[in-house]
Design a protein around this ligand. Structure first.
Ligand SMILES: Cc1cc2nc3c(=O)[nH]c(=O)nc-3n(C[C@H](O)[C@H](O)[C@H](O)COP(=O)(O)OP(=O)(O)OC[C@H]3O[C@@H](n4cnc5c(N)ncnc54)[C@H](O)[C@@H]3O)c2cc1C
Length: 382
């Protein structure tokens, strides 16, 4: 441990998109500030490389902000958002973008482009990084914060916590920051995995590997709470795919209860059309014409072939558990929004800020989370 304290204007804890993009914004607004980004992994922006299956889904041309948790808070920050404005910002960083089915990606279709562009801009602006270094404590002393890490001590004017939350800890966001924040009296709302595959009570091994384009309904205690269309992927012990990821978020947001997922395997067919087509066929013959052989086997194993149309239009699955934080893309919960002002500053500790997924805000799949984080981070100012 060094005895001498290193002086910095701004210390940003966490080199994810929230931390790096806000560092760029601060340095642009205050070129004379010393800005240091502290990262406990030995590389910055590691998670970005894993986003969008390595392609980095940066945004969504049809983004519906109401799908975020705590829309009332989110809505205060989006009046100046425009999709074209966002693309122009990315363009200014040399991240050229394109749309694939309304989803925004770098033209290169590589998340490496995004990471390298952000780091190049950070270097150009003189932002410093300290890697493989963890914060242990911070304390307010008269007019500055003294920050102690496992390697150094810092004297800083302001601290931004942009440590992410608990999802995919293998990518750095291990939730370790929350114990420090609890010591400082912050309320952390319950942390649960969002956007993840789910385990079902029903055994799905026979279905493993099948993908279907379906309409999916989520019931809580027999009441419909969410519906969505898209691809469902059957796994050896449950369900996955974008629609299921979003269902997991809804389950985590809606608390305890019995959750059922009904999958309409034939969304393009009305029941009465199916009834007409079923005439003069046995149930099994009828099913063979519509479903994958593995699905037929599943129907037979569960005796669903006795009422084929009913189960084709609403194949039921019972939620057992999520696949856990390790497999989740975002966390539901975080630093409570009651702890911060509209400018993301702590209400109890002036000069302390929270940005990004560390907060209790999460969005669905489809570029929502990065679009929100880039938006607030690039507009961040003191
Ligand atoms: C596999 C995967 C795919 C995804 N794909 C997409 C997608 O395509 N589109 C989309 O919009 N969203 C996607 N997301 C979600 C998106 O990546 C996150 O919401 C976003 O990265 C959060 O940004 P952040 O900066 O708040 O936190 P993070 O990206 O989690 O970054 C936090 C950083 O802080 C560091 N850190 C944590 N604790 C400490 C500490 N105590 N001290 C120092 N450093 C610390 C971490 O190592 C990390 O580098 C995906 C997530 C995952 C896991």
């Amino acid at each position: 441990m060094c005895d001498k304290m290193i002086s910095m204007n701004i210390l940003i804890v966490g080199a994810g998109p929230a931390g790096v993009v806000s560092a760029l914004a601060i340095k642009k607004n205050h070129p004379d500030y010393n800005v240091l980004v502290l990262e406990h992994l030995n590389e910055p922006l590691k998670k970005v490389l894993a986003t969008g299956n390595g392609k980095c889904n940066l945004g969504n041309a049809k983004l519906d902000w109401k799908r975020f948790s705590h829309y009332d808070f989110v809505s205060k920050h989006i009046s100046d958002y425009s999709f074209e404005g966002y693309r122009e910002y990315l363009n200014s960083l040399n991240i050229r973008t394109k749309l694939i089915d309304n989803l925004l990606y770098p033209i290169s279709e590589s998340a490496i482009t995004v990471r390298e562009a952000l780091l190049l801009e950070a270097e150009r602006l003189g932002i410093k990084f300290k890697l493989a270094e963890s914060i242990n404590s911070y304390e307010f002393k008269d007019n500055f914060y003294e920050v102690k890490t496992d390697k150094s001590s810092y004297k800083v004017d302001k601290i931004i916590f942009s440590t992410g939350s608990k999802s995919s800890p293998q990518l750095g966001s291990d939730g370790s920051i929350y114990s420090l924040l609890v010591k400082h009296g912050y309320k952390i709302t319950e942390l649960k995995p969002g956007l993840s595959p789910i385990h079902t009570i029903e055994k799905t091994r026979v279905l493993e590997g099948i993908r279907v384009k379906a309409n999916v309904v989520l019931l809580k205690n027999c009441k419909k709470i969410h519906k969505e269309s898209g691809e469902v992927l059957f796994k050896d012990s449950g369900l996955s795919g974008i629609v299921i990821f979003n269902m997991m978020t809804e389950i985590s947001r809606n608390g305890n209860g019995e959750y059922k997922i009904l999958i309409d395997l034939l969304p393009e067919f009305e029941v009465k059309d199916l009834e007409n087509l079923h005439k003069n066929q046995t149930n099994e013959e009828f099913l063979k014409g519509f479903v994958h052989p593995k699905m037929l086997k599943y129907f037979l194993e569960n005796h669903y072939e006795k009422e084929p149309i009913k189960y084709l239009k609403a194949l039921p699955f019972t939620y057992k558990s999520s696949y856990g934080f390790e497999f989740s893309h975002v966390t539901v919960g975080g630093v409570s929004l009651t702890e911060i002002k509209d400018n993301f500053e702590s209400r109890k500790e002036p000069g302390i800020y929270f940005l990004g997924e560390v907060l209790d805000i999460d969005g669905p799949c489809g570029g929502y989370n990065l679009a929100w984080i880039f938006h607030v981070a690039r507009n961040f100012n003191f």
